[in-house]
Design a protein around this ligand. Structure first.
Ligand SMILES: [Zn+2]
Ligand SMILES: [Zn+2]
Length: 98
């Protein structure tokens, strides 16, 4: 098993701008590896345990779970459960593959 520090893989992308230019930037308080995007400056974590998009995603900024906030035609909007301390929102495209 690779160490958690080595989980960055070629397919990983910044959740904010979609680029792959980021580097490790410490740990969250939940001991998840955190990354900092060089392009847009977003801090996020990579959550590969996420099986389905309808599951609650992990906040890319603070590592808390996110709650479904609003459902749109092709997107789900999630809000960080740390709100209002953390005002991170996430828009997730609804895929029909699962
Ligand atoms: Zn970015
Ligand atoms: Zn958050």
């Amino acid at each position: 098993m690779a160490s958690p520090e080595d989980r960055q893989m070629p397919g990983d992308k910044c959740p904010s701008c979609g680029c792959d230019a980021f580097y490790r930037y410490g740990k969250t308080r939940h001991d998840k590896q955190r990354y900092l995007c060089l392009i847009c400056g977003t801090q996020f974590i990579l959550d590969r345990e996420r099986a389905h998009i309808t599951d609650k995603p992990i906040c890319p900024a603070c590592g808390l779970k996110m709650h479904l906030y609003r459902r749109e035609d092709k997107f789900l909007r999630f809000r960080c459960s740390g709100y209002p301390l953390c005002k991170t929102y996430l828009k997730v495209a609804i895929e029909k593959t699962e």
